[in-house]
Design a protein. Structure first.
Ligand SMILES: Cc1cc2nc3c(=O)[nH]c(=O)nc-3n(C[C@H](O)[C@H](O)[C@H](O)COP(=O)(O)OP(=O)(O)OC[C@H]3O[C@@H](n4cnc5c(N)ncnc54)[C@H](O)[C@@H]3O)c2cc1C
Length: 298
């Protein structure tokens, strides 16, 4: 969100957590004023700019067992210390969530990807970040620990707004679980940013299974056109159970555009963002359909 700068954070206590239980106990003792440190790629700039001033920073980087990507049935669990770089090079992700690997290529620069974590990005909930959108696309469930025990939230209940989640101040995300795509599932990802590695103006992601010439399990998500990234039900319901043709896609995209309410800001007008999303969606749908064995639609 910020490039750094010469400012220094306000004073804070630093605690290196030995375990998940230790981390949440320290958070609970901080009277709502503690912050988890994962990769620090968003937290440290925010602290340097004094946009957040935690009294206690709880470093989870030495907690054992949180740095794993595991395939469990048809779900993939991504632990709280899985760095972007690991997600981008992991074979389970490459085989069962290739759309996530593609999205990761667009996240920041190598140095940020070496430290930044998948779970930290979802917890930060930046509306212009790719991982919250990918979590929505892949029907993520967020696993949470606190002194009261464990709970899990579907991603749509976890992401509340721009930079806002349903996490309580004494809670820690231990892992996020996403769908593993069935082999043969088609996918598409598209993004427009002014420079590679910058936060995107808009991005879209799609998955489709083609069975007997018909689209099944259509999932579509967008970001850059609202308070948070979101699933696009207009596209999903219009395409589900149909043979995909260019005119059907055109009408689904028109339906999507009519519901989007992007802001005009320094970077782009609302109309431009709406247009951009439509074009990115058209290409992503075409890529997904052809990857699942259908004809290229453009
Ligand atoms: C120059 C630059 C460019 C960037 N460009 C992009 C980009 O293009 N796309 C993109 O998606 N991101 C981008 N980022 C952000 C990057 O992906 C961050 O790594 C990510 O947003 C946060 O992950 P982190 O592990 O660094 O979290 P941190 O900075 O450590 O934490 C972020 C927030 O989440 C909380 N948190 C972290 N982990 C947990 C947890 N397990 N449980 C509870 N709370 C937790 C922290 O307390 C803090 O509030 C960029 C960052 C920089 C510095």
């Amino acid at each position: 969100m910020f490039g750094g700068g010469r400012m220094k954070p306000a004073a804070f206590d630093y605690v290196r957590a030995e375990s998940v239980e230790h981390a949440v106990e320290v958070l609970a003792g901080a009277d709502g004023d503690g912050k988890i440190l994962a990769g620090g790629q968003s937290l440290m700039p925010m602290m340097n700019f004094r946009l957040v001033r935690p009294s206690v920073m709880v470093d989870i980087n030495r907690i054992a067992g949180l740095d794993r990507i595991e395939l469990r049935g048809n779900r993939i669990s991504i632990g709280a210390l899985v760095r972007h770089r690991m997600t981008a090079s992991d074979t389970i992700i490459a085989d069962r969530a290739p759309v996530l690997r593609e999205a990761m290529k667009h996240v920041a620069h190598l140095t940020v990807r070496n430290r930044g974590t998948f779970c930290g990005s979802v917890c930060h909930a930046d509306p212009a970040a790719e991982m919250p959108m990918m979590s929505q696309l892949l029907d993520a469930v967020v696993h949470i620990a606190s002194p009261r025990g464990a709970r899990s939230l579907p991603i749509q209940d976890f992401l509340v707004g721009s930079l806002m989640t349903a996490l309580e101040p004494d809670e820690l995300v231990t892992a996020i679980e996403i769908d593993a795509l069935e082999p043969g599932t088609g996918w598409g990802f598209g993004e427009f940013a002014r420079r590679h590695g910058d936060y995107a103006l808009a991005a879209v992601a799609v998955t489709i299974k083609k069975r007997d010439g018909i689209a099944h399990g259509v999932r579509a998500a967008v970001m850059g056109v609202g308070e948070t990234s979101m699933r696009v039900r207009e596209i999903e319901t219009a395409l589900e159970g149909n043979d995909l043709q260019a005119d059907l896609i055109d009408s689904a995209i028109d339906a999507m555009r009519s519901t989007l309410e992007p802001n005009t800001d320094l970077h782009a007008s609302a109309d431009y963002r709406r247009h951009l999303c439509g074009e990115l969606m058209r290409r992503a749908l075409s890529d997904a359909w052809s990857r699942s064995g259908g004809a290229h639609l453009q």
